[in-house]
Design a protein around this ligand. Sequence first.
Ligand SMILES: [Zn+2]
Length: 110
Amino acid sequence: MPYCHHCGKKIDQHQVFCPVCGRSLVGSDTEWQEFKLYDSIHRVTRKADAYTALASVSITLGVVGGIILAFLSDAAGLFGIPLVCWGVGFAAAAKRYDLKAAYLRQWLGR
Ligand SMILES: [Zn+2]
């Protein structure tokens, strides 16, 4: 539950004006908006980084599996296939969060 940043009362997330103090919850307070944007960018960037790390670990392990499969002809290397698939999925998720962060930064105008 979010709070009004003017009077501190609980408010509905989608409300534009605080029902208690009547002040605008959007638009007027640029500093607060910037703070929220920074916060979102920070969180989105952290998610992108986490997914990038997951993607590189999965793909690296997947490649190791591929090498085992190709050079040792060992079925144990088959584990590389789902890992590469996951890695690609993680990379796609990282890309989405990267784009979102870029979009938010653009919004912030820097
Ligand atoms: Zn208020």
